[in-house]
Design a protein around this ligand. Structure first.
Ligand SMILES: CCCCCCCCCC(=O)SCCNC(=O)CCNC(=O)[C@H](O)C(C)(C)COP(=O)(O)OP(=O)(O)OC[C@H]1O[C@@H](n2cnc3c(N)ncnc32)[C@H](O)[C@@H]1OP(=O)(O)O
Length: 221
């Protein structure tokens, strides 16, 4: 097996595809705070034991009011990207409302991945919003975290692509409310195909691992 040791290709600017780009530093602190509060709201609604109809109806009306108010401004264009600075001077583009890592998505944990000598690494702790079996992370979310990690490792080592195949081994239960260490690295490349491995560790023990095939997207000349 050969590992691609060539330098990363010139990263295409999403604007070449007609996609708007937002600078991460330009996201207002107040929007970040709102995203955080809505994230907390999802957890509060998912877990409330409140049964008083009036309290629940008032909460629904309050949320509806905020939704209506925010809806007065135009929605972002689908595919809006965010440019982030990475340690070491590099930068990356990601979709701003990505369900796993998006800056403005209250449903995202969010997972933040940084480049390492081998590939990428990130840490995240999931709460009951991501629950599958009692006390455990939903298997689909384990796959989503790993998909994001292998996609980012591939993108940073080569150029952006789409997941063509993703194989997950669930080796032991992945617990909620524990720091999850997520790593991924490119194993080898063949033309547009990028073979990537990833894993989740809890207290140093692998709970899930992924083997993925990313296919790099061709870019406009
Ligand atoms: C910093 C940014 C970080 C971003 C991270 C994002 C992480 C999230 C990633 C995702 O979730 S992506 C969303 C889920 N994936 C998709 O929706 C992809 C759906 N599939 C497709 O769009 C196409 O099938 C695909 C782009 C993957 C490939 O189609 P293409 O027409 O571009 O390629 P083609 O079919 O010519 O195949 C290229 C090579 O890949 C091989 N290939 C494609 N699909 C394969 C497959 N499933 N299994 C094995 N090999 C496959 C194919 O045989 C061929 O090999 P060779 O070069 O040896 O001829």
């Amino acid at each position: 097996m050969t590992v691609n040791t060539q330098p990363a290709t010139e990263r295409p600017d999403p604007r070449a595809f007609g996609l708007p780009v937002v600078e991460q530093d330009d996201i207002p602190a107040e929007l970040r705070a709102l995203v955080g509060r809505v994230h907390d709201l999802i957890g509060a609604v998912a877990n409330t034991t409140e049964t008083d109809p009036r309290t629940l109806a008032e909460a629904a009306a309050a949320v509806e009011g905020v939704t209506e108010r925010l809806g007065r401004a135009p929605r972002r264009q689908i595919g809006t990207m965010v440019r982030r600075d990475l340690p070491g001077g590099a930068s990356e583009f990601g979709t701003i409302s990505n369900i796993v890592a998006g800056d403005t998505n209250p449903a995202a944990p969010p997972l933040s991945l940084v480049p390492t000598a081998e590939g990428v690494r990130g840490e995240v702790t999931l709460d009951t919003v991501y629950q599958g079996p009692p006390g455990l992370v939903h298997g689909g979310w384990i796959a989503a975290l790993l998909d994001q990690a292998v996609g980012t490792a591939s993108s940073l080592a080569t150029s952006p692509g789409l997941t063509a195949r993703l194989e997950i081994d669930y080796r032991s239960p992945t617990p909620l409310f524990n720091p999850l260490e997520i790593t991924a690295e490119v194993e080898r490349t063949e033309r547009r195909k990028v073979y990537v491995n990833g894993r989740i560790r809890v207290n140093g023990e692998i709970t899930a691992q992924a083997r993925a095939l990313m296919v790099r997207v061709p870019f406009p000349e």
